[in-house]
Design a protein around this ligand. Structure first.
Ligand code: C5P
Length: 404
C-alpha cells in the first residue's frame, strides 16, 4: 500500500502550461488513496478549468479567498488546518517569488502563509521556461525557499511548450507522485548507502548468441526504489533488463557476470548494505567467438565448453567490510522446491547474515511474490504481496538489523 493512502493533500495550481499534468497528478493521488482538495489561482484557471479538477478530485475546487461556502469565510485557515501537506504544482516563477516574500493577495499564497509550518509541509513543483529557471532571481528564490523549509522538487529537462529545450519543465505526474511517496516514507535508512544488483547476466557465445537466466529484475528494482524511499543513497547495478530506473537511484548497466563483479567492486567501498538479487549466470562459455558461428548445413553442432563465473555475493561477503559488520550483505535464492532447506544451506555457503528465498518459477516476470527471510536464528515469511510492498518490508527488516 502506498505511504500516501489515507492522507489529505491540498493540491494548489498556479498559472502554467504544466497545469495539464496536475490533472493527471490529481487522478493519481486519488488512485493512491489520497483525498485531494484543489485550490487554484486565477492564472491557473486560464490553463485548466476548475470543472476538470472538481471531477477528478471529487470535491469542489476553491479559487477565491472570499468563498462564501466557508461558514467563517476563512478558507485559507480551514483548508490549511486539515491538510497533511500542501503541494503546489505547477509552481510558477511568480508564485515562488510571492511565497518567498510572504505575499498573500489570493487564496493559494494566503493559505501557504497561514499554514501551521511545523505540521503542514509545503512542497512545490516548479514549472517554467528554461531562461526563467536559470535566472539568478529564480535560483536565489529557490535557495531561500529551501532555507525556509519549503520542499522544492526538481525540475524536468527537455522540450518546453515555448519551443525551447532545457531545464525548467514540471516533473511528470508519476515522478511527483513518487517524490511525494518518498516524502511520506519513514526514513529508516537515512544516511546509509545501499548497493543492489538486479536482473540476469548475459554471457556471450558469439556476437548474436548467449546464455542467460530468467530474471525480470523487478524484485531488485523494487528493493532499490524502497531503499531510496527509506532515505538511502542507492546504487543499482543492473543486468540487461528493460525496466525504468527508480527515481533518485544511480544505475550502472552491465551485461556479463564479469562486468557485474567489476561494477560491484568499484562501488562497494563505503556502502552500508549490499543486496544481491541478480540472477548471475553460473557459467560462461570458455571462449566467446568474435564472429557469428555459422550453421554450415552439415548437422554438426558447435562444441561449447564452459567455465564457472565468479560468485559476486560470496566474494563481497568475504571482504573485510562484511566480516567486520561494516557492510551488511543480503543474498537471494530462487528455488523450485524445499525453499527453507535450500535457503538455509545457501545462507551458510554464501556466508551472509540474511538470505531471502523465493520460488523462482512462480515469480519470474510477475509483479507479486512471497519471500522467506532466513537468518542464523530461523526463518520469517513475508506472505504473497506485490514486489514493491515486499521490498518495503524487506528494507524495514534490514534497517532494524542495522540498529541491533
Ligand atoms: O548460488 P545461487 O546463484 O543460487 O545464489 C544466489 C545468490 O547469490 C543471489 O543473491 C545472487 O545474486 C548471488 N550470486 C552472485 N554471483 C554468482 C551467483 C550468485 O552474486 N555468480
Amino acid at each position: 500500500m502506498s505511504t500516501l493512502a489515507g492522507k489529505h493533500i491540498v493540491l494548489g495550481l498556479s498559472g502554467g502550461i504544466a497545469a495539464f499534468k496536475s490533472a493527471e497528478l490529481c487522478r493519481a493521488l486519488v488512485k493512491a488513496g489520497v483525498t485531494v482538495q484543489v485550490v487554484m489561482t486565477e492564472a491557473a484557471e486560464h490553463f485548466m478549468t476548475a470543472v476538470t479538477l472538481q471531477a477528478l478530485s471529487g470535491r469542489p475546487v476553491y479559487t477565491s479567498q472570499w468563498d462564501p461556502r466557508e461558514a467563517n469565510n476563512m478558507a485559507h485557515i480551514n483548508l490549511s488546518r486539515e491538510a497533511d501537506a500542501i503541494v503546489v504544482a505547477p509552481a510558477s516563477a511568480d508564485f515562488m517569488a510571492k511565497l518567498l516574500h510572504g505575499g498573500a493577495d489570493e487564496l493559494l499564497s494566503l493559505m501557504c502563509l497561514a499554514r501551521p509550518i511545523d505540521k503542514v509541509p509545503l512542497i512545490v513543483a516548479p514549472a517554467m521556461n528554461r531562461e526563467m529557471w536559470a535566472n539568478p532571481a529564480t535560483q536565489r528564490n529557490v535557495a531561500q525557499l529551501k532555507a525556509d523549509g519549503i520542499h522544492v522538487l526538481d525540475v524536468g529537462q527537455g522540450d518546453q511548450a515555448c519551443g525551447e529545450t532545457g531545464d525548467g519543465r514540471m516533473l511528470e505526474a508519476e515522478e511527483i507522485l513518487d517524490d511525494l511517496e518518498a516524502f511520506f516514507s519513514p526514513k529508516v535508512l537515512a544516511g546509509k548507502s545501499v548497493l543492489v544488483t538486479a536482473g540476469p547476466t548475459y554471457e556471450a557465445i558469439d556476437p548474436v548468441r548467449g546464455i542467460t537466466n530468467l530474471s525480470s529484475g523487478k524484485m531488485g528494482f523494487a528493493i532499490a526504489r524502497a531503499a531510496r524511499m527509506a532515505g538511502a543513497d542507492v546504487t543499482l547495478i543492473a543486468g540487461p533488463v528493460s525496466l525504468e530506473t527508480p527515481r533518485g537511484v544511480k544505475r550502472v548497466n552491465v551485461r556479463s557476470a564479469h562486468d557485474m563483479l567489476q561494477a560491484v567492486q568499484a562501488h562497494v567501498p563505503d556502502q552500508g548494505v549490499f543486496v544481491a538479487t541478480a540472477a548471475v549466470a553460473d557459467w560462461r562459455p570458455a571462449n566467446s567467438a568474435d564472429q557469428k558461428i555459422k550453421k554450415d548445413g552439415s548437422g554438426q553442432t558447435p562444441q561449447l565448453s564452459f567455465v564457472e563465473n565468479p560468485d559476486i555475493l560470496a566474494t563481497v561477503a568475504q571482504s573485510a567490510a562484511a566480516q567486520t559488520g561494516a557492510l551488511f550483505c543480503v543474498g537471494f535464492a530462487a528455488e523450485s522446491h524445499d525453499l527453507l532447506a535450500h535457503a538455509t544451506a545457501k545462507r551458510l555457503r554464501k556466508g551472509v547474515p540474511l538470505l531471502v528465498g523465493n520460488i523462482g518459477p512462480a515469480t519470474f516476470g510477475q509483479d507479486d511474490n512471497a519471500l522467506l527471510l532466513v537468518d542464523a536464528s530461523g526463518a520469517r515469511e513475508l506472505p504473497y504481496a506485490s514486489k514493491q510492498a515486499l521490498a518495503v518490508q524487506l528494507i524495514d527488516d534490514i534497517a532494524a538489523r542495522l540498529t541491533r
